[in-house]
Unconditional design. Sequence first.
Length: 462
Amino acid sequence: MKQTTIKKAISLSGVGLHTGREVTMTFNPATDNFGIKFKRIDLPGMPLIDADVDNVTDTSRGTTIEQNGGKVATIEHVMASLAGLEIDNCLIEIDSDETPIMDGSARFFTKVLKDAGISELDADREYFTIPQNIYYHENDRQVEMIAMPLDDYRLTVMVDYNSAVLGSQHASITSLKEFEREIASCRTFCFLHELEMLYNNNLIRGGDLNNAIVIVDRVIEDDELEHLAKMFNKPKVEVKKEGILNNVDLRFHNEPARHKLLDLIGDLALIGVPIKAQIMAARPGHAANVAFGKKIKALIKKSRNTVNVPKYDQSKTPLYGINEISKMLPHKYPFLLVDKIIEMGKNYIIGMKNVTYNEPFFQGHFPGNPVMPGVLIIEAMAQTGGILVLSQVDDPENYNTLFMKIDNAKFKDMVLPGDTLMFRLEFLAPVRRGVCVMKGTAFVGDKLVCEAELMAQVAKKQ
């Protein structure tokens, strides 16, 4: 499967559920591996906010993300629409700190995204298949969640609020292809006793009896109905015999459970990678969804580090030895820092360096307690990546690869004399106009010692 984005920019407007302010969102096409990002165009500098579970700062009345001095609240319905339509990359411009509530469901977001059209990109979609059962539970709220191995994405939600009106409900989908038809139109809900508390706390200023299902699970007097009518600026408020306020017809008999499934899809989309799993959740909520998502993301990070550990078999002839490397790279002793290239594909390369005590930098870097300088680990990593780039031009000896940027560099452990450094570099995006972006990792044995994102330009020698 290829990654996807939308074909053209498209906008919609509405009011924020809690702020009551008018807000406009514009969905824009994005490139491979861009992911989902929000852009606060109403703030100075127009900060970008990654739709990432690690950026969640509040889950009390919806899911809020915050980064770079900007935040966006109530993003779960938007994220569910993108995930439900399997859109991997999109830039969402927004002129307020909360998405529009619309009718309390995801159907309007789903509709505009489909109207924009969905197109495939060049990069392959990366899935993470859950390798073993992952559990999450909260004893006080009786929340239980589990992700089980499955070569697909299926979700089941069960809710029970000790309410005679709601009863026990469950909802499920066996494929995201069912999202638009079965889940997208299901609206948010709350109980009558929550309304006044929310209103008195300066929330639900954009709330309307048409954008939420209000459950009435007790006898309500006429004067209370009149008070609610004034609160929501309605001439009259009524209660249907099945316990739904103001004659709102349910779209499905189990619409509340389906909406909880919608929220779960949206919150788990913040993991940032589409997953393959059977998800079962009892009494989920935004806080539990996000905590569960963080647990899955932590496993993904750990698994990536383990799966991508390069292995070196000394009995095998390397792809390139030091003689071939010295012909491709302009570096010479003492600055040639790659000894062998073990493996190379179209989008990745694996290189090796033996770290010995007679390296010239050990004479001045912590004498008596030699540690390889982190900047030289990055340099060796970049040289390995340079070989990958130069292998794709016709006359590599006539080109250099020049650093443009280093991002997210992290040093996890010391590299000492006697260590064998293994480097793995892979393209994060296709090379365009001579500019390449790579993710690099460095290992000693199975231990990750350094990682960074590198940008370089392929330039012809003067």
